[in-house]
Design a protein around this ligand. Structure first.
Ligand code: SF4
Length: 140
């Protein structure tokens, strides 16, 4: 059975970032693996889209203040429902959705409080996949 590896789609070259770009990571060697791409933000907000930030543990749109926390978490739940046996996960760094330990988080007044937060999607995925190994990649 090939190793099952879930990957932030932008790291694979999918143009699913907020501005329609990607962050393809050429160092990622997934030869022989079953690769499962995901992009929670594209599913919830489409591409292109407004940027979002983490504010006091919530994920909020910067343009209209929309709180998409539960919608993003639901994407993690759906991914694990479809693939409960994922072995490894590669996550895009610094993203309010996908970061493993590098997202910026702000307080209610917009003041930066930390730069090592876990994204909303990644946090839920870690809860749901205790057997999996998680990695973070910057891409490009
Ligand atoms: S970091 Fe995550 S949410 Fe953002 S574009 Fe990449 S896969 Fe999508």
């Amino acid at each position: 059975m090939p190793k099952k590896v879930a990957v932030s789609a932008c790291l694979l070259g999918y143009k699913c970032r907020y501005d329609g770009g990607h962050r393809k990571d050429c160092t990622l060697d997934l030869t022989g693996c079953e690769v499962i791409p995901f992009c929670p933000e594209e599913k919830v907000l489409g591409t292109p889209r407004q940027t979002c930030d983490l504010r006091e543990g919530r994920m909020v749109g910067n343009k209209n203040g929309e709180d998409v926390t539960e919608a993003i978490e639901a994407q993690a739940i759906a991914l694990v429902k479809a693939h409960p046996d994922i072995d490894e996960v590669y996550l895009k760094s610094k993203s309010p959705s996908c970061a493993l330990a590098s997202a910026r988080e702000y307080d209610k007044d917009g003041k930066l409080v930390r730069q090592d937060a876990t994204g909303i999607f990644a946090k839920k995925l870690k809860e749901l996949l205790p057997q999996a190994t998680f990695y973070e990649k910057e891409g490009k």
